[in-house]
Design a protein around this ligand. Structure first.
Ligand code: NAD
Length: 370
C-alpha cells in the first residue's frame, strides 16, 4: 500500500491551499488521506476563501497569499488558474515552504525554468500533479517496458480527447489568455499526455511538428486566445515515430487519455477511463491484464491502495501522488514523483508545439534549451 505521512516520520504535515475550485477539492481530499492537518485556505477573495474553507472542511480561511504564507503551513498546494501559478509559486518558495503547483507550472518556458531554479536554490520539495503516473497499471506498463517486454519501441499512437468545449456557448477561464495562457488544449491536457508518454517509455520526444485548430474565435462574449485541438507528429530519441491527437471538442469523449505503444515484440495500451487494465497485443494473441498487487511487477504493488477487484480511479491516483510528495518532504525520494523539472519539460513541449504550428515546420525540442 502507498505510504502516508504518518509512516514517513514527518509527523503531521500542515497543508495550506490556494484556490477553492475543482482541484482544491481533489488536493484537499488527498492531503487528508495522507494524514495532513488542514492549515488554511486563501482564494481570489476573502468571501471565496470562507466558502472554500467550509466546502473543503479547512478550519481557517485567510484573506491573501501573504497571510497564508505568514502562517504555519509546511507545504502549499497551488490550485488556481494557470497564469497565477508563476507568481504564487515564487512567493511560496521565497517563504521557504514546500510546494505542489498545478500544471501547467507556468504559461511560459522562461517562468517555468525560473520556478525550478528557485525551488532548487531554496531546497524545497516542488511537485507538479502529473497524477496519471500514479495509476498502478501505468506503473505496470512502465516496469514491463523497462524490463524489455515489448522490445524496442517502433511507433506510438496517443490521444487525449474531451468534449467540454464542443459548443460555442462553452466557456472557461482557460479560454482567455489572461488566465489560461497562450495554449489551452495542449497545455491543459496535452501536457499530461506527453508526460505520461515519456514517463512510461523512458524515451524522449526530440522533434515534432504540429497543427492547431481554434474552432470558435469567440466564447462567452470574449475573444478566444488559444487552441481547441492539436495534432502532433513526433520523433522520439529511440527512433520511434508517432502521432498525438489532443482535443477538447471531441463529442462523446470525456477524459479519454490513451497511450498505445508498439514495440518490436509486443504492444501495450493504457486507457485512462479504464485504468484497472492494460491491453497487451502480440502476433499470436492479445490479452487484457488486470491490476493485481500479488502479480504486479516489483515496486508496482505499492500503488495499489485497495485489493484486486476493488476498482481504483483518479482520486486514488491523486492520493498516491500527494502521499509521495509528502514523503519527499520527509526526506524520501519516491520513484517517479513529478517535480518542477517535469513542469519545465511540459512548458518546453508547449512552446515547441505552438512554434511548430505557427511557423509550419519541424522543431528540434532541445534547441529550445538554448
Ligand atoms: N492535475 C490535474 O489532473 C488537473 C485537473 C484539472 C485542473 N488542473 C489544474 O488545476 C488548476 C485549477 O483548476 P480548477 O479546475 O480547480 O479551476 P477552478 O476554476 O475550479 O478553481 C480555481 C480557483 O482558484 C481561485 N483563484 C483564482 N485566482 C486566484 C488567486 N490569484 N489566488 C488565489 N485563488 C485564486 C478561484 O476563486 C477558484 O476557487 C489549473 O491550473 C488546472 O490546469 C489540474
Amino acid at each position: 500500500m502507498t505510504t502516508d505521512v504518518t509512516d514517513t516520520g514527518v509527523g503531521m504535515i500542515r497543508s495550506g491551499f490556494l484556490g477553492g475550485g475543482f482541484m482544491a477539492q481533489v488536493h484537499s481530499r488527498a492531503a487528508r488521506a495522507a494524514g495532513a492537518a488542514m492549515a488554511a485556505v486563501a482564494s481570489s477573495s476573502p468571501q471565496r476563501a470562507e466558502r472554500a474553507a467550509q466546502q473543503l472542511g479547512i478550519g481557517r480561511a485567510v484573506g491573501s497569499v501573504e497571510e497564508l504564507l505568514a502562517g504555519d503551513s509546511d507545504i502549499v498546494h497551488i490550485c488556481t488558474p494557470n497564469a497565477t501559478h508563476a507568481s504564487l509559486a515564487l512567493q511560496v518558495i521565497a517563504a521557504g515552504k514546500h510546494v505542489i503547483c498545478e500544471k501547467p507550472l507556468a504559461t511560459t518556458l522562461v517562468d517555468a525554468r525560473a520556478l525550478a531554479d528557485a525551488a532548487a536554490e531554496r531546497g524545497v520539495v516542488a511537485a507538479v500533479p502529473f497524477v496519471y503516473r500514479y495509476h498502478p497499471m501505468v506503473r505496470e506498463a512502465r516496469a514491463r517496458i523497462a524490463a524489455g517486454e515489448i522490445g524496442s519501441l517502433l511507433t506510438v499512437d496517443c490521444g487525449y480527447l474531451q468534449d467540454w468545449m464542443l459548443l460555442p456557448t462553452d466557456d472557461d477561464w482557460r479560454a482567455t489568455s489572461a488566465s489560461g495562457g497562450p495554449s489551452r488544449a495542449f497545455a491543459d491536457i496535452g501536457s499530461h499526455l506527453c508526460d505520461l508518454l515519456e514517463f512510461v517509455t523512458g524515451d524522449r520526444i526530440v522533434r515534432l511538428t504540429a497543427r492547431t485548430r481554434r474552432v470558435f474565435d469567440e466564447r462567452g462574449g470574449h475573444p478566444v486566445a488559444n487552441e481547441d485541438a492539436v495534432a502532433i507528429l513526433v520523433e522520439l530519441a529511440s527512433g520511434a515515430i508517432g502521432t498525438l491527437l489532443i482535443s477538447q471538442m471531441a463529442a462523446g469523449r470525456k477524459n479519454a487519455l490513451t497511450l498505445e505503444l508498439h514495440g518490436a515484440d509486443a504492444s501495450i495500451r493504457f486507457d485512462q477511463e479504464r485504468p484497472e487494465e492494460l491491453w497487451v497485443g502480440g502476433r499470436e494473441e492479445n490479452r487484457h491484464l488486470f491490476r493485481d498487487p500479488s502479480t504486479a511487477h516489483e515496486g508496482v504493488a505499492r500503488f495499489s491502495r485497495v485489493p484486486v477487484g476493488h476498482a481504483q480511479g483518479y482520486q486514488d491516483a491523486f492520493n498516491g501522488f500527494v502521499a509521495d510528495a509528502y514523503a519527499a518532504v520527509a526526506g524520501e525520494q519516491p520513484d517517479g514523483l513529478p517535480t518542477f523539472a517535469d513542469g519545465v519539460r511540459a512548458a518546453q513541449l508547449t512552446e515547441a508545439v505552438l512554434l511548430a504550428a505557427r511557423e509550419e515546420r519541424w522543431i528540434d525540442v532541445g534547441a529550445l534549451d538554448t
